[in-house]
Design a binder for this molecule. Sequence first.
Ligand SMILES: Cc1cc2nc3c(=O)[nH]c(=O)nc-3n(C[C@H](O)[C@H](O)[C@H](O)COP(=O)(O)O)c2cc1C
Length: 321
Amino acid sequence: MFKTKITKMLGIEHPIIGGTMMWLATPEFVAAISNAGALGIIASAMFSEKEEFRKAVKKIKSLTSKPFAINLNLFPSLRAIPNEDFITVIIEEGIKVVETSGHKAPEEYIDRLKKAGVVVIHKCVGVRYAKKAESLGVDAITVVGFENGGATGILDTGTMVLVPRVVEEVKVPVIGGGGAVDGRGFLAVLALGAEGVIMGTRMLMTEECPIHQRVKEALLKATELDTRLIMRSIESTHRVWFNAAARRVLELEAQQAGLPDIVSMAAGDKAKKMYETGDIDLGTIACSQGIGMIRSVKPVAEVIKDILAQAEQIRQRIKNM
Ligand SMILES: Cc1cc2nc3c(=O)[nH]c(=O)nc-3n(C[C@H](O)[C@H](O)[C@H](O)COP(=O)(O)O)c2cc1C
């Protein structure tokens, strides 16, 4: 058992955070992660208005009595995202934990959230962003190293260096990740000084994750070499699985195409369609280098059980060294 400042702060059983996943964080999937003793997070940006969002929050509440969190999107977006309305719902529904992530710190929202007693975690990719968020009063920082699936930012710092550097620089508890997909990565991130471990790509490859089976099967064959950074030319670097859609985005970038063309190729609607139809070349999908170590799709609870068992074995092995 691993009890840490993060398990205590969030009221969760295991120090594992299921990474926010745009378009995939359905109430059922989020609840499955929370029910397995980790923290499930729903992406509020999946919704365009507050009552639709409230319905999803209520649905999660009906599926789990365990803590779950809401992600507020601070990335630039083509759509207007009504974060203030979402915060109203968060407060009215008594949600205890919010994760913010994006290109800026949660300056606009922190006061309202803190006044309502919400625990705020800010996710970022560098020491300077972590320090900024801490100075605003967040309760914890999540940092994801360069191996991670999804937004990687511009600082390109790997997990092995980023996690301990952030732990050195901030006083609040740190959740680390980026490439952690099993008990080895889990224990390593804790060894680097983190109090919790975030896993996105590992949760993507679970039975409850609502992507088409064909996408999961294709990703099972991927190795650690099968991801690419896309959208760097438009300052929105993301690590994704290297499929035909990612190749098309990179070709557009090489041709110095404009933002609308690049964004439309990497857009969420194409990804959504790919998740639903199983057309594996249609859209881009965030994916960690850690994909190379994922060899099976299992129920979330089993994945978490395996992670903890493997971590415990390694703990013993190291103790006996
Ligand atoms: C399919 C997918 C979608 C994601 N969508 C989001 C998102 O909408 N917002 C966000 O902050 N992070 C998003 N992420 C990043 C994860 O929340 C998490 O930070 C990351 O996956 C951790 O690194 P790992 O993939 O190496 O475990 C996504 C990741 C994946 C795999």
